[in-house]
Design a binder for this molecule. Structure first.
Ligand SMILES: [Zn+2]
Ligand SMILES: [Zn+2]
Length: 303
């Protein structure tokens, strides 16, 4: 089958250079705020640039990449809307820090107290007593209007959406295609950090399965535990639903209720790893291959 072909029109440096002028950013923001296409004079008045020639010059620079002229007037292109979305998200304009917040649910691995930290748009959840950590990006806009006490939950919700996006094969940063591979923790570069301390809580690196994601476009390589990824699998969702638990309503912070099994690598040739979820004496076990395809499922009653 023939691949679709995309032609690169402009160098990224040139595109972002187009935005290095306050008048142009003002034009984008004005069109963003307007729910309807705007005529030339209407847009110029709203931006507040009297000089028609100068205004035309700036508008012309934006046209095609960020602004499009239609029969009804000027509108934003998708790229123009994304630039505004990024400005609203605060990623380019806000820096923020907050005092650490104690999380009301204890650590799922050791029952220790967990703290939530937010710095440089990175949220971190760290346990006081064991080395289990989570780190993920959250834009400041996610916390608009949010009570301080709710911030860890909102961040966890944001992380869940990010996970769903990469699990569906789209990069959360650039929307490019993401490939997923399951491997042993010992085979992933990130394992070093936790070292032997991790063994006591999540398992031995030789048998602990992790999911490695790789964006084919921007090259980011996030990594996560297999049990988190499999929470979205229809078998898991159905298993909990049959026991009266709607996983969609569960916060990732409460994951300890969903069992502590981080999974087990069963073999490497071919690669097989399993994760079990337990509730009310029933157990669901999923077996995946290295492409994260579920190759076997089993429900058993243990209690
Ligand atoms: Zn802990
Ligand atoms: Zn990407």
């Amino acid at each position: 089958m023939e691949q679709p072909r995309f032609v690169e029109q402009t160098q990224p440096g040139t595109v972002f250079g187009l935005l290095s002028d306050d008048n142009r950013v003002e034009i984008l923001c004005t069109l963003w705020d307007s729910n309807e296409p705007m005529r030339f004079s209407e847009l110029r008045d709203a931006v507040g640039l009297r000089d028609s020639g100068q205004f035309n010059y700036h508008l012309d620079k934006l046209t095609s990449q960020f602004v499009e002229k239609t029969d009804q007037g000027y509108v934003l292109t998708t790229a123009g809307r994304q630039i505004n979305g990024a400005i609203e998200a605060g990623s380019y304009t806000t820096t923020g820090e907050m005092e650490p917040i104690e999380i009301d649910q204890p650590c799922g691995f050791c029952d220790g107290t967990r703290m939530f930290y937010y710095e440089d748009e990175q949220a971190r959840v760290e346990c006081d007593t064991c080395p289990v950590k989570a780190r993920f990006s959250v834009p400041p806009s996610a916390f608009v209007g949010c009570d301080r006490a709710d911030i860890p939950r909102v961040a966890a919700e944001y992380m869940r959406v990010t996970l769903e996006s990469i699990d569906s094969g789209f990069c959360s940063l650039c929307d490019g295609p993401v490939e997923q591979t399951v491997c042993r923790a010992v085979d992933s570069e990130d394992w070093e950090e936790g070292g032997s301390e991790h063994e006591k809580t999540v398992g031995r690196p030789e048998t602990l399965p992790v999911v490695r994601y790789e964006c084919k476009q921007c090259g980011i390589e996030p990594q996560g535990l297999l049990n988190y990824t499999l929470l979205d699998h229809p078998e898991t969702v159905a298993f909990y639903y049959d026991h009266g638990i709607n996983l969609q309503e569960q916060s990732l912070l409460d994951i300890r209720q969903l069992g502590r099994d981080c999974g087990q690598v069963q073999g490497t040739d071919p690669f097989r790893a399993s994760v079990s979820f337990a509730v009310d004496g029933d157990q669901l076990t999923l077996v995946v291959d290295e492409d994260l395809t579920v190759v076997d499922t089993e429900r058993t009653t243990t209690g």
